[in-house]
Design a protein around this ligand. Structure first.
Ligand SMILES: Nc1ncnc2c1ncn2[C@@H]1O[C@H](COP(=O)(O)OP(=O)(O)O)[C@@H](O)[C@H]1O
Ligand SMILES: [Mg+2]
Length: 399
């Protein structure tokens, strides 16, 4: 029997289009003899669709036409129901027809509402086996502040930073600026904490620029991080595949940037029609590193993956300060562009094998979570304890 795999993509994110490209690449990589692939496109408005027309990138030029020709679908937030239902009922029926019975879900949703644990929370609610980080590790990995706090606590090097909320900024700009100047000095780099694709990011070499950059970043996020800026920067990316207990690191790549930092254009706009997405951006594979440095980065990437309890395929972006060759983890992408398949190909794992691994990992995690004991199967009310005098209701409920 073939495994029915739903690939979820699109989504309410600035990285919507990149996700479409990554997902179509992934769908094409699956071995058709083993899997039935069900594409599930999430529109920018948050509606879900399936259909053959979603498999052709050309059709995305007109999004209204695309969705009008697709079938709107949904899943119930009910544990154990893995069906994909048609959103509209038939003329003579009150029931929503089942479009597909899913076995495994693969979120290929970059950025907000997809890579940040929000979508993973829904999948965990349903209980369907799915590939990639769970809710906790997705959320921890997505937030640049929380991620750095965890890594620092675990002894993994990250650059110095100051963080604050938009509310704090608007209440007391002066003391935040003072703190940044004292702790970091200039230049710094200002980032919204939870976006991606370089959106809202800017560098500042003095106080005026700093204020301007924070005012801009604040438009994108409630949480802002200001980091020490590495001036002699060499960026290296390394992918990790597996789970927290058993994982391997890919060869390293060096992405090539056109300006001071890697922009949205560098990352995604370099490709041709047949060669798009993160895979198409300019890069050196393997990166030009000494064997020692390469080993150090691959180990650091694996440790980042482990400490954050990651799962599936992630890409860890590292910064080398060429002034003294110190290395820092910059960020983790828990649903990386093009699923980092080009790094795995360079490591000896084909894209098709990568998809096999993701499905196998999803099923393995499901078996492992199912083995854990949950105590809520027992009805405490049936034991006759606290219900007599309705003590709980009067005195409040302790938990
Ligand atoms: N601390 C830093 N010092 C120097 N350059 C940086 C620093 N942090 C980020 N950059 C540059 O900015 C780019 C985008 O930042 P990043 O944190 O990776 O955000 P995104 O999630 O948008 O990719 C990086 O690829 C790098 O070129
Ligand atoms: Mg980045």
């Amino acid at each position: 029997m073939k495994t029915n795999v739903a690939v979820f993509f699109g989504g309410r994110s600035v990285e919507h289009e990149i996700s479409v490209i990554s997902a179509i690449q992934a769908i094409n990589a699956f071995d058709e003899n083993k899997y039935n692939i069900i594409p599930v496109y999430i529109s920018k408005q948050g509606k879900w669709y399936t259909g053959e027309n979603l498999l052709d990138l050309k059709n995305y030029r007109d999004l209204n036409k695309l969705v009008s020709e697709a079938t709107e679908v949904f899943m119930k937030p009910e544990y154990g129901d893995y069906n994909l239902y048609k959103a509209t009922t038939g003329m003579f029926s009150k029931r929503n027809p089942v479009v597909a019975e899913l076995h495994v879900a693969i979120p290929v949703l970059h950025g907000t509402n997809g890579e940040d644990g929000i979508f993973e929370g829904l999948l965990e609610t349903i209980g369907i086996p799915f590939a990639g980080c769970n809710t906790l590790s997705s959320a921890n990995g997505m937030d640049k502040i929380t991620m750095k706090m965890i890594l620092r606590e675990e002894g993994i090097p990250v650059v110095d930073y100051v963080w604050f909320t938009d509310h704090q900024w608007n209440k007391d700009k002066d003391s935040i600026v003072e703190k940044i100047e004292q702790k970091l000095g200039y230049p710094v780099i200002v980032k919204p904490a939870n976006l991606g694709s370089s959106v809202g990011i800017g560098t500042a070499a003095d106080r005026n620029e700093l204020i301007e950059r924070i005012n801009n970043a604040e438009k994108f996020s409630q949480r802002i991080i200001v980091e020490h800026m590495i001036e002699q920067l060499k960026e290296i990316n390394c992918s990790v595949l597996g789970d927290a207990d058993d994982h391997q690191s890919s060869v390293c790549e060096e992405p090539v940037k056109s300006g001071k930092f890697l922009s949205y254009e560098d990352k995604y706009m370099g490709g041709t029609k047949t060669n798009q997405g993160m895979q198409a951006s300019e890069k050196r594979i393997p990166a030009d590193l000494t064997p020692d440095m390469s080993e150090k980065i691959r180990h650091m990437a694996g440790e980042t993956f482990r400490v954050l309890s990651c799962h599936g395929v992630s890409r860890i972006d590292v910064m080398v300060d060429e002034k003294d060759n110190s290395v820092y983890v910059n960020e983790i992408n828990t649903i990386p562009g093009s699923l980092s398949f080009y790094l795995w190909e360079a490591t000896g794992i084909s894209f098709s094998q990568l998809m096999d691994r993701l499905v196998a990992l999803a099923l393995k995690r499901k078996r492992e979570t199912d083995r854990k004991t949950f105590t809520y199967d027992q009805n405490i009310f049936a034991l006759g304890g606290g219900t007599k005098g309705a003590k709980g209701a009067k005195g409040g409920v302790k938990k």
